[in-house]
Design a protein around this ligand. Structure first.
Ligand SMILES: [Zn+2]
Ligand SMILES: [Zn+2]
Length: 343
């Protein structure tokens, strides 16, 4: 407790958050419901027209994972057609389009994050690393930055709204990992540009990123294997299922994807021997349709037309946002171990 006081409370909100109107959500007219369905269908249709990659990837995952889930289910009664499976299938089909939008945002974030400056600064040190060690060192740095990025997405309220969409699922299985906001993950872009500026090859760094995404999808599977002997060394479904658990002890834990090492080192590792995760999801309400979910974190940003209307003021707001974000990141890095979200 003493430490908490010394560190001070969680810094003030980056931008005032205005929650979407709840009353409206409960009592929607048929016009709005029809419009939401139409827009969702347009996104899914447009995405499949743009690329069938999401469809193919989904079929591969279905063939590989669903039989294993059927034979060795972690949650026995859970069917393939469980609640909201259509929503997650829509995300899977839309993934080529959503990823494209995410990639454009990531490019902008990578440049304005200035993460390439420290990358360039450590380049002489990286040049000293023997060539054969480069992939291993690169992987360790990438995975550690991935850990911190994920932690920032959970512990900084303004970022959490983006990641909350992924955590809104109450059923984990072969397709649930697809449910994610396209801007959830843009923060990994600074890690990417940092490594490339430091002298790691873009191809290898790209392979790390793809590996993380595929492994991340597999970790959501509804399978009963614990892989207990693997727990200390690599991320397992059990570890990620705890990450999705809504139990107080499990909140703000298990941020690692490939390696549990960072959770162990930075004090967020949670793998009780005598318990298994059972309840997933979050307390806040997020409407169970793609349009509302894509808009969910954007309400806090305010009217984007303000950039045109008040360009100079917007630059000031942007700088304040960046400065506050840095302050919050510092708070997250130095917060006491084992701390839970402030109520
Ligand atoms: Zn998470
Ligand atoms: Zn997940």
């Amino acid at each position: 407790m003493e430490e908490e006081i010394r560190l001070g409370p969680l810094p003030a909100e980056v931008v005032e958050y205005t929650p979407p109107p709840e009353e409206e959500a409960k009592d929607r007219g048929w016009v709005l419901v029809a419009l939401i369905r139409l827009l969702s269908a347009l996104i899914v249709g447009g995405a499949v027209f743009y690329s069938t990659e999401g469809l193919v990837f989904m079929i591969v995952l279905f063939i590989l994972i669903v039989p294993v889930e059927k034979l060795f289910p972690r949650h026995k009664g859970q069917k393939v057609r469980r609640p909201l499976y259509k929503l997650d299938v829509s995300y899977a089909l839309s993934s080529p389009l959503l990823n494209l939008v995410g990639l454009i945002a990531a490019g902008i974030v990578a440049i304005i994050s200035f993460a390439w400056i420290p990358g360039l600064l450590i380049r002489p040190l990286v040049d000293e690393i023997p060539v054969q060690w480069m992939p291993i060192v690169g992987f360790l740095i990438f995975d550690m930055i991935g850990y911190w990025t994920h932690r920032f997405y959970h512990e900084i309220p303004v970022l959490w709204k983006f990641h909350a969409v992924h955590h809104s699922t109450e059923h984990l299985d072969w397709v649930s990992g697809f449910r994610a906001h396209p801007f959830d993950g843009t923060l990994i872009a600074p890690a990417f540009i940092f490594l490339i500026a430091a002298g790691f090859s873009p191809e290898i760094t790209g392979v790390f990123a793809i590996f993380q995404i595929i492994l991340g999808l597999l970790l959501h599977a509804n399978v009963k294997f614990r892989f207990r002997w693997l727990h200390p060394f690599v991320g397992t479904p059990e570890m990620h299922h705890w990450h999705h658990s809504n139990e107080n002890d499990a909140v703000w834990t298990n941020y690692g994807v490939a390696l549990p090492l960072w959770d162990q080192v930075f004090g967020t590792y949670y793998m009780p021997k005598d318990k298994r995760p059972s309840v997933y999801g979050i307390d806040e309400h997020i409407e169970p349709n793609m349009i509302d979910q894509l808009l969910y974190p954007l309400w806090q940003i305010g009217n984007p037309l303000n950039i045109i209307r008040h360009p100079f003021r917007s630059i000031g707001v942007g700088f304040r946002f960046y400065w506050n974000l840095m302050k919050k990141m510092k708070w997250v890095i130095f917060r006491p171990r084992g701390m839970k979200p402030p109520m």
